[in-house]
Design a protein around this ligand. Structure first.
Ligand SMILES: *Cc1c(COP(=O)(O)O)cnc(C)c1O
Length: 425
């Protein structure tokens, strides 16, 4: 499998090149050249498989030119090392819990897979590399945890000062050695812009091997296809409606590719907070990026989602509007549903999962069948919000220990030259 750029279909890179380069030089995003098809009867026997076996089937065609079966198996076993349980909330509505990994968020899957791929590739080349990652909250913690154990790779994490939760900040700023945190006086888009600029800076790249760990890296977003298969281990080949709370749209794009491979998704739903460019586009036709608005589901505070390019590359405008239904919800509605589900169904949603649940139940008012929404993070990552819903202590022991550690970060204005200096020092 080779990968082209959304800005230039003539570019053809191997998986390894696409992973290491992160972003194509033309500022597009890498896309797989074709979408492999699962055998027609795949879902008839899916109930006999576990998630690691499924991951191997799904990911092999995307990576097989650069990772042999043994390498891929090893990476998969470490990546899919925790459960993806389905929890019934009420009626036909289920939560697919993606937060049982090391940083309590679904991003652990992509971050770990990427870290292990890079470890293999740099081991072979005997070179060192710096990973740049901009985070609006959850990416950084997952990346920090994933890379803290990997050799020869340094990580620089940029996060918007004051805009991530306390636990998230601790997850970014308490590793020593190869994981460094930059606290940027700006928002997520500013952080992302600095990272993009570094990738486009030929001079910097002469001096430093850099790579990306954002959802724009193909090794981040491809493994996210896998957990979409988890509900089908339970429900077999019954088509399901799946709702995805979205910010930068990497997760949804992975689901759409899984569906193109043959996953029987009846309908995809996307839920946004007030950063609603994509639902607006799906409902009105115009794509108008906006400045980021801060909300209680801060990992989805993205005003101009990168992966929109990928969605538009996969499908025509009319097709994407058929394939995905979009809704947006205010913080008030989000908090209200968290309280309601907690008291009526004894289930504590996190603010992102709550947006997913809201979008699912909104769509289900006029549709039938089983609905699944992605519960993308553990509620303990958003204690400021959760405190308004319950006063139970929900912090897992491992998180409790982390909260006691000392924060280490470097503060910085939104200033590319200073950022570059920092990288080169
Ligand atoms: C990153 C994140 C999202 C949004 O995922 P995208 O792939 O950026 O759309 C949703 N919920 C949580 C908890 C996240 O960390």
């Amino acid at each position: 499998m080779n990968y082209y750029s959304t800005k230039n279909k003539d570019i053809s890179k191997s998986f390894r090149e696409a992973v290491i380069e992160g972003l194509p030089a033309d500022n597009g995003l890498f896309m797989p050249e074709y979408i492999p098809q699962l055998p027609k009867d795949y879902f008839e026997t899916i109930q006999d498989k576990n998630i690691q076996e499924i991951a191997f089937d799904i990911l092999k065609p995307f990576v097989e030119d650069d990772l042999n079966e043994e390498q891929l198996r090893k990476i998969i076993i470490k990546t899919f090392s925790f459960d993806f349980p389905l929890q019934k909330i009420n009626g036909n509505n289920y939560a697919l819990e993606l937060f049982h990994g090391p940083s309590y968020a679904f991003k652990d899957v992509g971050a770990t897979f990427l870290a292990l791929c890079l470890e293999e590739f740099y081991k072979e080349e005997q070179e060192e590399c710096t990973i740049l990652v901009a985070t609006s909250g959850d990416t950084g913690g997952a990346v920090a945890a994933a890379f803290s154990k990997v050799k020869n790779i340094e990580v620089v994490i940029l996060y918007p000062s004051g805009k991530v939760s306390e636990l998230q900040e601790k997850q970014l700023t308490t590793f020593d050695q190869n994981v460094k945190a930059l606290e940027i006086d700006g928002n997520f888009d500013d952080c992302q812009q600095l990272v993009k600029q570094a990738f486009l800076d030929a001079d910097l790249r002469k001096h430093l091997n850099i790579s990306s760990a954002n959802s724009i890296n193909v090794a981040r977003f491809l493994p996210q296809m896998v957990y979409y298969f988890a509900p089908f281990i339970e429900f077999g080949n019954e088509p399901l409606t799946i709702a995805v709370p979205s910010g930068n749209y990497g997760n949804l794009t992975a689901g759409l590719i899984a569906q193109e491979m043959g996953l029987p998704v009846k309908q995809f739903i996307t839920g946004a907070n007030s950063n609603d460019v994509v639902p607006r586009f799906l409902n009105s036709g115009k794509y108008q990026p906006k400045p980021t608005i801060q909300t209680i589901s801060n990992a989805m505070d993205v005003g101009n989602p990168s992966n929109f390019q990928r969605m538009m590359d996969l499908f025509s405008e009319n097709k994407i509007k058929e394939k995905v239904k979009g809704y947006a919800f205010s913080d008030e509605a989000t908090l209200e549903v968290m309280k309601k589900v907690n008291s009526e169904n004894d289930y504590l949603l996190d603010p992102h999962g709550a947006v997913g649940y809201l979008s699912l139940t909104e769509y289900m008012k006029t549709s039938e069948g089983i609905g699944v929404f992605l519960e993308t993070a553990h509620p303990c990552k958003f204690m400021d919000v959760v405190k308004k819903v319950t006063d139970k202590n929900i912090l897992p022991d491992s998180a409790q220990a982390l909260m006691q550690k000392e924060k280490k970060s470097v503060k910085m204005e939104v200033d590319y030259e200073r950022f570059k200096e920092f990288l080169l020092q």
